[in-house]
Design a protein around this ligand. Structure first.
Ligand SMILES: *Cc1c(COP(=O)(O)O)cnc(C)c1O
Length: 447
């Protein structure tokens, strides 16, 4: 059985293929053409298979888990799987050093702490990201400064970073959102000019490349997540990569309660710390999962490129563009903008519901983080108020307006990485569904 499918998928896929054969290819084509009836109005769903489940495993994961279980060496201090994974991941990314952590958030927090980012510092972040990027900044009592998004790429608008830099700026933290690299040429040039470190939040960007180099190796450090939705997963987990030996030593101490790795005794180094270690179970799982990563990345890239070639011809659908320096997109998310005006005023919510009826589950993506109440609450907490004056916090509100991002949050539609692991015909059916919805948009808008 193919590694890309577990047994349940295999059964589902063959059952769907059997049905499709019974119907016949010509019937299918007309039934799913633009003239066909949308599923939400009682027509046949355009998508006939099931997308790949996620995560995918086989006996090798089972064996690896059992081995750790039976060894009793569940802690990285006594076993070897985490250390082995760190070596493998460093090799895969071309990084000098790798430190595994308990999560991507833990990786970000560890790097920020080790770079001594703290109260009174400003950190430049994109508003279009998972909240963990910002939480890592807030946990250090630093001020997140949102720089607006580039509508075309969904990434931080790197051309606007310099204007946001003040004498308090301590770090630039771009995110390679969806697995597509942010404009690293511009970011690294601005950072170099102002002598600022760059931490790449590559939590969605395993194997993504900028001008032939893996993301995470271009900045001061790169952080990855192995949470279950991510392209490489152990349920929870994270990693830091860097070429800076003194930084990785500090990170190692911070994530290990101020102790050097390999010394479980009571001798302490560095400053404060926490326990943000990866378990041996996660390390063992990741080493096996990693054997499929390249093949899966290739499948995602080929399918996504093919889908883009079809969707860019549909007025009202604008797939996220990549920067010229992007030599590999990890496609954790397939993101596009939806223009309701080109779909007879059919709202994005109704468009997504119509897609779901076609058996294509899509999401409307992130909300406006720069206006997120939980972040405002954090800024109004006792700790923040001790550090920042009310005038400063009011100014923050002014400084972090992001009109392009507001629009992005209203127009975005996402598909997830697992939908790109199957056959090319899945892409044809996604495009069919969208064309069908467009052809019937006026009726759907009234329904
Ligand atoms: C997933 C993610 C994180 C956090 O990773 P966890 O492993 O869930 O803690 C941080 N940043 C981005 C952009 C992410 O997608």
């Amino acid at each position: 059985m193919s590694d890309r499918m577990n047994r349940r998928d295999f059964v589902a896929a063959t059952a769907a293929a059997g049905l499709a054969l019974g119907v016949g290819r010509t019937t299918l084509a007309t039934e799913n053409g633009a003239e066909a009836k949308p599923a939400v109005l009682g027509g046949k769903p355009a998508h006939t298979r099931q997308f790949s489940s996620w995560p995918l495993t086989d006996q090798r994961e089972e064996r690896a888990m059992l081995e750790v279980l039976r060894s009793g060496q569940w802690f990285r201090g006594s076993g070897h799987t985490v250390e082995r994974f760190e070596k493998e991941y460093a090799k895969l990314t071309g990084a000098q050093h790798c430190l595994a952590t308990s999560s991507g958030t833990a990786a970000l927090l560890t790097v920020l702490a080790s770079l001594d980012i703290g109260p009174g510092d400003e950190v430049i972040v994109p508003p279009y990201t998972f909240v963990a990027t910002v939480n890592a900044v807030l946990l250090r009592y630093a001020l997140p400064i949102f720089v607006d998004s580039d509508l075309e790429t969904f990434q931080i608008d790197a051309g606007k970073i310099e204007a946001a830099i003040t004498d308090r700026t301590a770090l630039i933290m771009p995110v390679h959102l969806g697995g597509s690299p942010a404009d690293l040429d511009t970011i690294l040039a601005v950072a170099g000019k102002h002598k600022l470190p760059v931490v790449e939040d590559a939590c969605q960007a395993h194997l993504a490349e900028w001008r032939g180099r893996k993301v995470g190796t271009l900045g001061t450090a790169g952080c990855f997540s192995f949470q279950v939705s991510k392209n490489l997963s152990s349920g929870e987990g994270g990693a830091i990569i860097t070429a800076d030996e003194s930084l990785i030593t500090k990170c190692s101490a911070f994530h290990n309660n101020s102790r050097p790795i390999g010394h479980s005794a009571f001798s302490y180094v560095g400053g404060c710390g926490a326990n943000l270690r990866m378990t041996e179970f996660q390390g063992a799982l990741l080493s096996v999962q990693m054997t499929r990563l390249v093949e899966q990345a290739n499948a995602r890239q080929q399918n996504a490129a093919y889908l883009t070639s079809m969707l860019k011809e549909v007025p009202g659908i604008s797939p996220a563009k990549m920067y010229e320096g992007c030599t590999r997109n990890a496609y954790h998310l397939y993101m596009f903008r939806y223009d309701a005006k080109e779909f007879a005023g059919l709202s994005r919510e109704k468009f997504i519901a119509a897609l779901e009826a076609e058996r294509i589950v899509a999401s409307s993506g992130y909300t406006r983080l720069n206006r997120e109440v939980s972040i405002k609450n954090a800024l109004q907490s006792r700790g923040f108020k001790k550090i920042y004056s009310q005038a400063e916090l009011d100014r923050w509100e002014e400084r972090t307006r992001c009109p392009a991002n507001d629009r992005l949050c209203d127009e975005a539609v996402w598909l997830t990485q697992n939908m790109f692991l199957g056959p090319r015909s899945d892409m044809d059916q996604i495009a069919d569904a969208i064309r069908k919805i467009k052809a019937n948009a006026a009726a759907l808008a009234k329904a």
